[in-house]
Ligand binder design. Structure first.
Ligand code: NAD
Length: 250
């Protein structure tokens, strides 16, 4: 593993209890950061904290990232515990119902927009002022290649992730001269429990559509996300880093 220097930095990772978020938490810790996990799954957060064995450098908080009041409380407590936030990684999200657009339950549309897009908007909105005041910050939004290529059978998720790309670019421009950089990472199919919610044939279709002919591993997504969260990422903002195993059908 190459080293990335996050010494002295405090990172919030949403959805950090498992999957891609957990890999990002582990890589941030290995890079010298202190990390706060915001996740609604208390059991998995506790398990991850125990397994990663990072002592006082890792804390968890049950923050539902769709709730602005919870975010405000979580931010106050994170700042009190580990000082100002240098890094925000908006990773919490889920894939929802697989169906044609006209068969999508309206409730799933609303849930996907809220969980995947509004959550990132709310966390960026809460944390950006603190970063601007400090004159330094890195925000990394985990989008999806679904947001770039408008994947079939998943319109609500794809629309939400396209929205994540859009707010990434907007915020990046708005804060560009303040020391705060905002980028997105767009993974293709990644080997996490998220796939447990998908029909096996849909999951294998995703893997075989990637020229690498395999799913991406969470650590591979973490490598890009944590680099984008570091000082080494200094000349890039409003970008969407692709990690889709070579998919180019968009
Ligand atoms: P996962 O289901 O393994 O983990 C998601 C985490 O988010 C869980 O710990 C869950 O408890 C947490 N979470 C869910 N709702 C939350 C809420 N309201 N508040 C706080 N935490 C919440 O998923 P994953 O595969 O690791 O995906 C992580 C991110 O990567 C998601 O945004 C997903 O859309 C994106 N992504 C995943 C893939 C993939 O193939 N796995 C591909 C592209 C993009």
């Amino acid at each position: 593993m190459n080293s990335i220097d996050l010494g002295g930095r405090h990172a919030i990772v949403t959805g950090g209890a498992k999957g891609i978020g957990r890999a990002i938490v582990a890589r941030c810790l290995a890079s010298g950061a202190r990390v706060t996990i915001w996740d609604i799954d208390v059991g998995r957060t506790d398990q991850t904290i125990k397994e990663l064995g990072a002592g006082n450098n890792l804390r968890g908080d049950m923050v539902d990232v769709t709730d602005p009041d919870e975010i405000a409380r979580g931010l106050d407590e994170a700042t009190a515990a580990f000082s100002k936030i240098d890094i925000l990684i908006n990773n919490a999200g889920s894939v929802g119902t697989i169906a044609k657009l006209w068969e999508q339950p309206v409730e799933n549309w609303q849930r996907m927009l809220t969980l995947n897009l509004t959550s990132s908007f709310l966390c960026c909105r809460a944390v950006a002022p603190q970063m601007m005041e400090a004159g330094y910050g890195r925000i990394v939004n985990i989008a999806s290649n679904a947001g770039k290529m408008a994947t079939m059978n998943n319109a609500p998720y794809a629309a939400a992730k396209a929205g994540v790309i859009s707010i990434t670019k907007t915020l990046a421009k708005e804060v560009a001269t303040t020391g705060v950089l905002v980028n997105a990472v767009a993974p293709g199919g990644t080997n996490t429990e998220l796939f447990d919610d998908l029909a096996p044939e849909y999951a294998s279709q995703i893997a075989s559509a990637m020229p690498l002919n395999r799913l991406i591993e969470p650590d591979e997504v973490a490598a890009i996300a944590v680099w984008a969260a570091s000082e080494d990422c200094s000349g890039t903002t409003g970008a969407v880093f692709d990690i889709s195993g070579g998919r180019s059908d968009y």
